[in-house]
Design a protein around this ligand. Structure first.
Ligand code: NAI
Ligand code: OAA
Length: 313
């Protein structure tokens, strides 16, 4: 059998979807199929063709097509779901729940029919609840249904730490647990710069300010943009997750996973550190938490549960 390029479908050709498609191609991770609704078929084809025409300049080999026909997505290795509405200033991610649940459900019915073996990565908000909707609709095993929140939240947190210390982002390690809402839990105790705990480098009041800014980092961008939400850092996060699966990298990334007792939660989708490799979510890492950290995580879990309740009827 000849070796073939990976096939990656990106559903939703808006800001996050189009940016993700371009970044996937730029990293030569595979051929990309960009899907949007039939009413936007021509603009979707146009975006894909424009991206394709950038490949000779960049010296990368990746086919990119735009479509509204799921037959074109058949047998994708990975499907990334960005379809749905984005929030505007004054809205919370949870305000999108009913509209986006309908969209994610219909998208997943098509994925199930055309790419039954795919690994599926969900971005649409409120993303913890949308990962639940995807899991319910797809009926795929839990290792193949992965939500994106923690890679982005951690990237924001690490950006602010690097800015504070004026050091390379490459040397900053931190991560964020919990739901993708304003009560997410950046774990200060497990954050370091070149192995040095940040508590030894940054005063407590500045750490608290950084944690708070990371928690509302999505809202900061929404306020600045005025009509939509972040897309460059979210797309980069999706690409890192897809790359970890496609190259079986076994990266430890914070992802939204179905918890079956881990951290004391049962049947809840929420952000936790996990090994991401060729079989999707291969292992969830459980960390010891202080009483204060666990209380913060319980609060975040409660927020996620209440949104999931809206869509679970
Ligand atoms: N989890 C996370 O960290 C993040 C989540 N998001 C979420 O991602 C979603 C997309 O954001 P943007 O790309 O900025 O929005 P956008 O409005 O630019 O693009 C969304 C696209 O989805 C398409 N769409 C709607 N229904 C569809 C369907 N049934 N099938 C295929 N395509 C469909 C729309 O036509 C539109 O082109 C939003 O829900 C946003 O809140 C955005 C950034 C980060
Ligand atoms: O804030 C939003 O609505 C989009 C998002 O999830 C983020 O950028 O973190």
């Amino acid at each position: 059998m000849p070796i073939k390029r990976n096939k990656i479908t990106v559903v939703g050709a808006g800001f996050t979807g189009a940016t993700t498609a371009l970044m996937l191609a730029q990293k030569e991770l595979g051929n990309v199929v960009l899907v949007d609704i039939p009413q936007l078929e021509n603009p979707t084809k146009g975006k894909a063709l424009d991206m394709l025409e950038s490949t000779p300049v960049q010296g990368v080999d990746a086919n990119i097509i735009g479509t509204s026909n799921y037959e074109d997505t058949s047998d994708s290795d990975i499907v990334i779901i960005t379809a749905g509405v984005a929030r505007k200033p004054g809205m919370s991610r949870d305000d999108l729940v009913n509209t986006n649940a309908g969209i994610v459900k219909s998208v997943c019915e098509n994925i199930k029919a055309f790419s039954p073996e795919a690994y599926v990565i969900i971005l649409s908000n409120p993303v913890d609840a949308m990962t639940y909707v995807a899991y319910q609709t797809l009926g795929f095993p839990k290792n193949r249904v992965i939500g994106q929140s923690g890679v982005l939240d951690t990237a924001r947190y690490c950006t602010f730490i690097a800015q504070e210390l004026n050091v390379s982002v490459e040397d900053v390690r931190g991560f964020v647990l919990g739901g993708h809402g304003d009560d997410m839990v950046p774990l200060v105790r497990y954050s370091n710069v070149a192995g040095i705990p940040i508590e030894k480098l940054i005063p407590a009041d500045r750490i608290e300010a950084i944690v708070q800014r990371a928690r509302v980092g999505g809202g900061e961008i929404v306020s600045l943009l005025g009509n939509g939400s972040a897309y460059y850092a979210p797309a980069a996060s999706l690409v890192q997750m897809a790359e970890a699966v496609l190259k079986d990298k076994k990266r430890i990334l914070p992802v939204i996973a179905l918890l079956k007792g881990e951290y004391g939660y049962d049947n809840l989708f929420m952000g936790v550190p996990a090994v991401i490799g060729g079989d999707g979510i291969e292992k969830i890492f459980e960390l010891e938490l202080t009483a204060e950290e666990k209380a913060a995580l319980d609060k975040s879990a409660q927020s996620v549960r209440s949104v999931i309740q809206v869509v679970s009827g």
